[in-house]
Design a protein around this ligand. Structure first.
Ligand SMILES: C[S@@+](CC[C@H](N)C(=O)[O-])C[C@H]1O[C@@H](n2cnc3c(N)ncnc32)[C@H](O)[C@@H]1O
Length: 274
């Protein structure tokens, strides 16, 4: 039953349990134990192969310009609320992150421990569950331009480009992260996912309709970027989406109003008001 294509969550749970009970470097104490270990490793190999096959199938569809419905169906099948009970679950990772990782095949730079300047927040991706939920709620169209300010390895623009017809851009300070995101976009033929290596304070935001922040910076940097967004909002209506601790600061902006309730396990969507 674990071999069914739609049993991804169960397969990943089973793989996690196999890893805990039969770690790679475990030495067997008896012949029975050795046999059990061998059987566990064979199951692991089979489950890994099934997952790889699933991810490759979805990648091929995306490369052909399809795949959107399949990826969204996967995220819907998981249900955001399942297992998400409170604030402590906000940045928990789950099988959807495995799925996103398998589809995007991001090949991060060796040294992810890039020095973090004051007011800059170190890299952490938005959980895929939160990204899919946001994509569903935003209802992006071909007229939208989604801009992730501090896009890291590019999960948000890449998944949004796969699942919607919007143009999706990531602005990211670290050149190695940008290169990684670009490689993934190229490999998946995602021309609508583009990445700019730049300080978000200097970025041209004039084409953006929806902006996303997963607490990329704090203090004066956040202030400067919020001021840039306010200037954009004076020219047209924009939406600003925030996740993590920065939601509090974004919510203080008098030119923004939250769309719906603020929930710590979901991104909050704000709309500019005149
Ligand atoms: C918490 S991570 C979020 C990554 C991505 N937005 C996501 O949700 O998966 C914050 C990112 O912001 C980047 N960053 C920090 N300060 C920045 C700045 N001034 N301009 C552009 N990017 C910045 C960091 O390098 C890091 O990759």
């Amino acid at each position: 039953m674990l071999g069914e294509p739609d049993r991804l969550r169960q397969r990943i749970d089973a793989l996690d349990r196999l890893e805990v009970h039969f770690p790679q470097d475990q030495v067997a104490g008896s012949r029975d134990e050795a046999a059990l270990q061998q059987r566990a490793r064979a199951i692991k190999v089979r489950l890994d192969a099934l997952n790889r096959e699933l991810y490759q199938g979805i990648r091929s569809e995306i490369q052909r310009g399809a795949g959107r419905d399949r990826v969204l169906a996967w995220s819907r099948a998981s249900g955001l609320d399942e297992g998400v009970t409170g604030p402590e679950d906000g940045d928990r990772y789950d099988h959807l992150d495995e799925l996103a990782g398998g589809i995007l095949r991001l090949d991060p730079p060796d040294d992810m421990a890039i020095e973090v300047a004051p007011e800059m927040v170190s890299y952490q991706p938005t959980p895929a569950r939160v990204i899919f939920d946001l994509i569903e709620r935003l209802g992006l169209t071909a007229r939208d331009v989604l801009v992730d300010l501090g896009s890291g390895l590019g999960h948000v623009p890449l998944l949004a480009a796969i699942c919607t017809s919007a143009s999706c851009t990531g602005i990211e300070l670290e050149a190695a992260y940008v290169e990684c995101a670009r490689r993934s976009a190229r490999a998946l033929n995602l021309a609508r996912a583009t990445f700019v290596q730049q300080d978000a304070r200097a970025a041209d935001l004039t084409s953006g309709t929806v902006f996303y922040l997963y607490t990329p910076f704090t203090g004066t940097v956040l202030r400067a970027v919020l001021d840039s967004l306010r200037r954009e909002a004076a020219t047209r209506e924009i939406r600003v989406c925030a996740f993590g601790p920065c939601v509090q600061a974004v919510a203080m902006e008098s030119w923004l109003e939250a769309v719906g309730p603020r929930q710590t396990h979901r991104a909050t969507i704000f709309r500019s008001c005149r």
